[in-house]
Design a protein around this ligand. Structure first.
Ligand code: PCA
Length: 213
């Protein structure tokens, strides 16, 4: 049986909600298989998030891991391509920790690429009418930290793919009327597409998703 692990995050930074956790709950409630779907909502703490994700990976031996979190300044679904081995927090996490310039995993490489087919996933989400992009930075806060830990765990687990998807605010909870957002149902649909394309796609396709700065 193929197993998928999908995670979101709890609210953080003083917000009352986090669309990643809410969307993960929505995907879980409507999942029809045939893959076995395990979901979790992770704490927004450097001390807890990665450890919990690694524990879930060890417990369930998933074939595919997609972790998700909120990127409140973004307007589109961002399929992350690069996890960096760096913690540099602009705000404290939910336990009050604010590490500066530490590694995510001591002694691990400086960066990993996601092992999910990021271009195919971004393409399929966009084809469903939901704005989507390949992103080259997951930031340096708890999301990147968990993403790095998941791909690092996958390096020891042949056959396991891991990646991260940042989502915008959901329209229902966006902090202001002019903040970029998507309906929660569309965010959940995008995550479901990420899982289905991630399972189905053997090899990502070679169309540029590069950027000029
Ligand atoms: N977003 C934060 C952490 C939790 C979340 O949902 C981030 O992008 O690091």
């Amino acid at each position: 049986m193929t197993t998928i692990l999908l995670t979101g995050f709890e609210p953080f930074g003083g917000d009352g909600s986090n669309p990643s956790g809410d969307a993960v709950r929505l995907v879980a409630s409507s999942w029809t298989g045939p893959e076995h779907l395990v979901t979790a909502v992770l704490p927004v703490t450097f001390g807890g998030a990665a450890a919990e994700l690694v524990r879930l990976i060890a417990e369930h031996s998933p074939d595919l891991v997609v972790a998700t979190g909120l990127a409140g300044s973004r307007a589109v679904i961002s399929v992350e391509r690069v996890a960096v081995n760096l913690t540099d927090a602009r705000i404290p996490d939910n336990a009050g920790m604010q590490p500066v310039d530490g590694p995510s995993v001591d002694g691990a490489p400086a960066a990993y690429f996601a092992t999910i087919p990021v271009k195919a996933i971004a393409r399929d989400i966009a084809a469903a009418g939901i704005p989507s992009e390949v992103s080259h930075s997951a930031g340096t806060f708890v999301c990147n930290h968990a993403f790095f830990a998941a791909v690092h765990a996958g390096a020891q687990r042949p056959g396991m793919r891991a990646g991260f998807v940042h989502v915008p605010w959901d329209a229902e909870h966006a902090p202001s009327a002019d903040a970029a957002s998507l309906p929660l149902a569309e965010i959940a649909r995008a995550l479901e597409i990420a899982l289905r394309t991630g399972i189905r796609t053997e090899e990502d396709f070679a169309i540029s998703a590069g950027t000029l700065s």
